[in-house]
Each structure stands twice: as structure tokens, then as C-alpha cells.
Design a protein around this ligand. Structure first.
Ligand code: 6R9
Length: 656
């Protein structure tokens, strides 16, 4: 089986785009040349070409006060106008902006003209509630069109949204509302998940109740509530307002006012390595430029014919940049789906791709691996032949999953773009351009035109190709974060102190350049282990484990070890068919040997624990920190950001 070599991170297979793909692609090697010759001029061109500026900018980048950048600083624009009105004015108002599908199977298709009207009405409602430039609005909604409408209505007013993922608890919502000092919360009674209504409004009520503690002044004046789940809700008269009572009745006349390029657009909270979540701040002109540019070229967008689907929730940065801002700025037609991939049946995603003729799919490796686990017989029942391009984001994709994605979902033809970026970077930074780059399974490959990235050592010196190092962004980029809300010190400390001398941004990811100059992401640096002085990547060992025929999923941590400094500890979920025929002990031994053979004895896990589940955040990231606690025999730390908080006690029991 070729799968035996699939996992190695020094993959040598290459998949150039087919001649047919190249022939129709908008990707042009001249982009690299132009950006290399004049980086700032390149970004200025992109911005002028992709956006409408009410007042054109004359300055491109102001980096006189690093790390506080200004992009297109003297220009003025309206972000919502760029995503809506101008498309209607250009005569494409009849184009579908969003095909929305609810989990129970209800659906709505909304054109650009309709979406523009809805956003104008909602902006009028918010303005009546006192929302104006600079005010914060928290959005806590399921994946329904009102989520996008709300974001754009806030942006239209020059106000700042803070979207909180609907899966977060009342406590998380409360700390985010308080940190941002939100004036209005937009929520729903509930939404559909896994075949039933999951309530949202009670969490909002709870987050706004009992405010006597320090820093808990009540800033929220109103709660705007969309009726979606039909579940009973409590009501606070004077504070709570039904969306359907006010939005349809509001005027659809609303002239978009222009705001400065650096007007804040949103805050999005992301968990740091320790402590409370950081409110990552993004602003308008630079962010929208990069969101539109990357969405256009990375996805080779043909807005007249493509049906694009990004499966991310709007509660994450991927939902911000590649559900709301990028696609709508580009006048794309997209699919938006409310529910879980397996409701009401495990082929739901593939059924949707068939129903809407989706041409571009952008999703996460964790989803791909869970589909692999179920098997190809499910997607094989559907017509996926419209898919012409696949994307991956959120974590390194192991070559096995990459190959499965290409073969089973992409029909062996569709290019895959593995896109590296972060909440902080605002938009994609490293990715193949699908019409140009010969793809390598497991590598995110090359910085996009206009982006400058290096792999450096702890001191900020470039490392030789082949050696591991730290990913550093060496030049400011348009969609870069502008700060941590309310905490400029934390912004400097977290991202800029490490390479202060060079003025590089520290991403917190390990990386390696291969001899072709392609970039391999090795996971967060806190996930890079040092075993007997050798640097090992969790991603690399996980990839090897997953390539074994018995493994469904694997997570690896570095646990402290008396003799070797750190030791490799693996947590593995086995395929059910193997568990039926082998003992867990036997398989654990086999897997240890396997990794030793595939990567080298140094990588052989000290312990392999066979478990039933892995601890994941709601965005699907494995929380290795908790596994490290188990591996080191400590009490398990804070589990509140897990999708399923019971998982850790089950794992602890299994390990004992
Ligand atoms: C967009 C997003 C950011 C972290 C990042 C890195 C990991 C994201 C990746 C990837 C390898 C990729 N990451 N994409 N690692 N290859 N293609 O996920 O933002 O939630 O802020 O996470 O995710 O470790 O530093 P965010």
C-alpha cells in the first residue's frame, strides 16, 4: 500500500494542476513578479482593483510606529457597501449571494439585492438602538443568514462586531461581552444541531444576569433576538426585541457612510497559551483588501459560475474572512449550512454539494479525517463531480488525509490548497496558487504574493533549509491584527517581543523549508518536542500513526521525562474493525514499532494509549495541553473550552 509512505513529511510526490485547470485559472505568475518588485505598490494595486474607495488613499503603508501599522491610512471606504451595494449598482443584484440550508432541510436563496436590503434594514434598526461608529455589538447566532446580515449591518454603521461562537458557554460569552463593553447583543432563540434545537437565548440571559462583581458593569442595553428554533424563551421587557418585529418594518433606505481605512471592523477572541482569551482587533481597508485578494486567487474564483462553500462557523476567523467578507466583496455565490455534517445522515455534506453543484469546498483536516473514519462508501453515493477545487485550513493536513481528500472527494483531479494563517493574520498567508503551484501533500508551500515569511531560529536568524525553526512574518501585511483589544502591552509581548530587533512577527508555529523552498508547518511551537536534544514534531509523529492501517485518529504530546528531557506519548483511536480482531496492547506495541521504523527510533513513542475519543475544542483543534496533563500524571487542567467536557475523565480512566 502506498499509504505506508504517505505520512512522511518529506513527501516527494507532486501534483501539478491539470492542463484544463491551468487553462481556465485566473492565477498568473506575474502576481509573484509584481509583488517581488514592489510589495507596497502591489498591495495598492490589489486594493484599488478589488475594492471601492469612497475617498481614494494616497499612502499605502505607515510603519513609523511599529508594531502599530496603518494601511491605506488616508483612504475612506464602507466595508458593507463593498460587499453589497456596489454589486447591485454593477447590475449583479440578481445573483445569489447565499444559498442557505437549515439542518432540518428548510432552505433560502438570497440574492445580492435582497441581502443589501436586509442589511440596510438591520442597520437602520441598530442605529435606532443607538449603535454608531466605534460601538461594540456582540453577535451570538447559529449559522443562519442573519449572522452574516448582522455582521454587515454593524460594519455598515462603522461599529465593531464581536462574534462569539454559538457553541460557547454563558461564561465565555459573558467575559467577551464585558471585555468589549458591548452595547447590543444579537442572538436567536436557538438553532438546529444534531437533529434538535439547541437553545442560545438562555446563555445570553445568564451572561447578562447578576452583575455585581468587579468590572461587571452592565453595558448591554438591548438584545435583538432572531426566531429560529421556536423554543420557549424568557423575555426581559424593554431590553429584548424580536428581530421579526423590527427588521422587516424598518426602512430599506440607508446610505453607507465612508469611514477611515483604519476604522475598527471587528474583535475576535482567541485563546492564548495561558490566561484569558485575547480580543484580536482588525480594521477595515487592509483587512478587506487581503480577504478579497486571497479569496479570489487562492480559490481561483470565477464569480459568475462558481458555487463556493466554506464550512467554517462565523464564530471563527475562517467564517469572518471566507464566509462573510472575502466571498461577498468578490460577488461570489456561496452555500451556507446551519447544522452538523452527520445530521440527519452521514452523507449530509455530500448531498449538499450535489444539490447546489458546489465547485469549491474549503474545510478542515479534522473533518476530512472523521469522514475517512466512516469510509468512502458514504461520499461515493453522491455526485461530487462539480467540485473543481478543495481547500484545507486550521491545522497541518497529514498526507494520508490529503490523498483521501483528493481522491475520494476531488475525484483524483481537484487541486488542494492547504492554507496557513491565523486569527491574527486576518487572511491566508501561505498557500499554493492552484493554477500555478505543483501541490505537495502535507505542505502549505509558499507565501502568497505580497507576503514575506521566513523560518528563523530563536534569535531570529534564518535557518538552513531542511532544519526546523520558527515561522516569522518579516514584513507587515494588510490584514494584520492591529492590536489586542484594551491591551497594547499584551499585543507587543505576545507577537513582537521575541524578534524585536528584526521587527518580525512571531506566529507561534514551528516550520521547516525543504530544498525546493516549500514550507512545512510543524504545529504550534508548544507542540514541538525535544527528545534527547532532537527536535520532533507532534504533527510528524501523528501523521505516521495515522498512516498505520489500524489508526483512525492520533494525538501526540511531549511529556517530561527524566532521561530524555521529553518523551513522546501518543493517544490513538483505532478503527473499529481492528479492535474486533486485536488486543489494544498488541496494537499499541505494533504502533510503537511502526513509528520507530517510519521516522526513526528517536520518534518511537514511550507510551501509546488506546482511547475512545480525543479532547477537542469546538473548532476541532485537539487540546494537547490536557493530554500532556494525563501523560505527566497531573490533575487535568481547565477543560471549559472543550466541545465535550466529559471526554477528559473518560480518557483518564482509559489510561489508568
Ligand atoms: C485560520 C485558523 C491558527 C493556528 C496556526 C497554526 C494552525 C492553521 C494551518 C495550520 C498548519 C495549516 N493552522 N492553518 N497549521 N497548516 N494550513 O485556523 O486560525 O484558529 O487562529 O488558528 O492554526 O498552528 O497558528 P486560528
Amino acid at each position: 500500500m502506498s499509504s505506508q509512505i504517505d505520512h512522511l513529511l518529506n513527501e516527494s510526490r507532486q501534483f501539478p494542476p491539470s492542463p484544463e485547470f491551468v487553462a481556465q485559472s485566473i492565477d498568473d505568475p506575474a502576481l509573484y513578479e509584481r509583488a517581488a518588485a514592489d510589495r507596497e505598490g502591489f498591495w495598492a494595486d490589489q486594493s484599488r482593483e478589488l475594492l471601492h474607495w469612497h475617498k481614494p488613499f494616497t499612502e499605502v503603508l505607515d510603519w513609523t510606529n511599529p508594531p502599530f501599522a496603518k494601511w491605506f491610512g488616508d483612504g475612506e471606504l464602507n466595508v458593507a457597501y463593498n460587499c453589497l451595494d456596489r454589486h447591485v449598482e454593477a447590475g449583479i443584484g440578481d445573483r445569489v449571494a447565499i444559498h442557505w440550508e437549515g439542518e432540518p432541510g428548510d432552505s433560502r436563496s438570497i440574492t445580492y439585492a435582497e441581502l443589501t436590503d436586509e442589511v440596510k434594514r438591520t442597520a437602520n434598526v441598530l442605529a435606532d438602538l443607538g449603535v454608531g461608529q466605534g460601538d461594540r455589538v456582540a453577535i451570538y447566532l447559529p449559522m443562519i443568514p442573519e449572522a452574516v446580515i448582522s455582521m454587515l449591518a454593524v460594519a455598515r454603521l462603522g461599529a465593531i462586531h464581536s462574534v462569539v461562537f454559538g457553541g460557547f458557554s454563558a461564561d465565555s460569552l459573558r467575559s467577551r461581552i464585558d471585555d468589549a463593553g458591548a452595547k447590543v447583543v444579537i442572538t436567536a432563540d436557538g438553532g438546529y444541531r444534531k437533529g434538535r434545537v439547541s437553545a442560545l437565548k438562555p446563555a445570553v440571559d445568564q451572561s447578562l444576569a447578576d452583575r455585581n462583581g468587579e468590572g461587571e458593569q452592565q453595558t448591554v442595553e438591548h438584545v435583538l433576538v432572531v426566531k429560529r428554533g421556536g423554543n420557549d424563551v424568557e423575555w426581559t421587557e424593554g431590553r429584548d426585541i424580536w428581530w421579526h418585529d423590527v427588521v422587516p418594518a424598518a426602512s430599506a433606505e440607508h446610505e453607507a457612510q465612508a469611514f477611515g481605512s483604519e476604522n475598527p471592523l471587528f474583535i475576535l477572541y482567541t485563546s492564548g497559551t495561558t490566561g484569558k482569551p485575547k480580543g484580536i482587533l482588525h480594521t477595515s481597508g487592509g483587512y478587506l483588501t487581503q480577504a478579497a485578494y486571497t479569496h479570489k486567487y487562492v480559490f481561483d474564483l470565477h464569480p459568475e459560475t462558481d458555487v463556493y462553500w466554506c464550512t467554517a462557523d462565523i464564530g471563527w476567523i475562517t467564517g469572518h474572512s471566507y464566509v462573510t467578507y472575502g466571498p461577498l466583496a468578490n460577488g461570489a455565490t456561496q452555500l451556507m449550512y446551519e447544522g452538523t455534517p452527520d445530521a440527519p445522515h452521514p452523507g449530509r455534506w455530500w448531498e449538499l454539494i450535489q444539490k447546489y453543484g458546489v465547485t469549491i469546498l474549503y474545510t478542515a483536516p479534522t473533518a476530512i479525517r472523521s469522514f475517512m473514519k466512516i469510509g468512502r462508501q458514504v461520499p461515493n453515493q453522491f455526485d461530487l463531480s462539480t467540485l473543481r477545487l478543495l481547500g484545507s485550513v486550521g491545522e497541518p493536513i497529514n498526507p494520508e488525509a490529503w490523498m483521501w481528500y483528493r481522491e475520494v472527494i476531488g475525484g483524483g483531479q481537484a487541486p488542494i490548497v492547504d492554507t496557513w494563517w491565523q486569527t491574527e493574520t486576518g487572511g491566508i498567508m501561505v498557500s499554493p496558487l492552484p493554477g500555478i503551484t505543483a501541490a505537495k501533500p502535507g505542505s502549505a508551500q509558499v507565501p502568497l504574493p505580497g507576503i514575506s515569511i521566513d523560518v528563523v531560529d530563536e534569535q531570529g536568524n534564518e535557518v538552513e533549509s531542511g532544519n526546523g525553526g520558527l515561522l516569522a512574518i518579516t514584513k507587515p501585511w494588510p490584514a494584520m491584527l492591529r492590536g489586542v483589544w484594551g491591551d497594547p502591552e499584551r499585543f507587543k509581548e505576545t507577537y513582537w517581543e521575541k524578534f524585536e530587533e528584526q521587527g518580525f512577527y512571531f506566529a507561534g508555529d514551528g516550520a521547516r523549508l525543504d530544498e525546493d523552498g516549500d514550507l512545512w508547518l510543524l504545529g504550534r511551537v508548544d507542540d514541538v518536542m525535544n527528545v534527547s536534544g532532537h527536535r520532533l514534531s507532534t504533527a510528524e509523529i501523528e501523521s505516521s500513526l495515522v498512516a498505520h492501517e489500524a489508526t483512525a485518529e492520533a494525538a501526540v504530546v511531549g511529556a517530561s521525562d527524566e532521561t530524555t528531557g521529553q518523551a513522546v506519548v501518543a493517544f490513538v483511536i483505532l478503527k473499529e474493525s481492528f479492535l474486533a480482531e486485536h488486543t489494544p496492547e498488541g496494537l499499541a506495541t505494533q504502533l510503537r514499532t511502526w513509528v520507530g521504523e517510519q521516522i526513526g527510533p528517536i520518534a518511537r513513542p514511550r507510551d501509546v494509549y488506546i482511547v475512545g475519543e480525543l479532547p477537542k475544542t469546538r473548532s476541532g483543534k485537539i487540546m494537547r495541553r490536557l493530554l500532556r496533563d494525563v501523560a505527566e500524571g497531573r490533575e487535568v487542567g481547565d477543560t471549559t473550552t472543550l466541545a465535550d467536557t466529559a471526554v477528559m475523565s473518560i480518557i483518564s480512566a482509559q489510561v489508568k
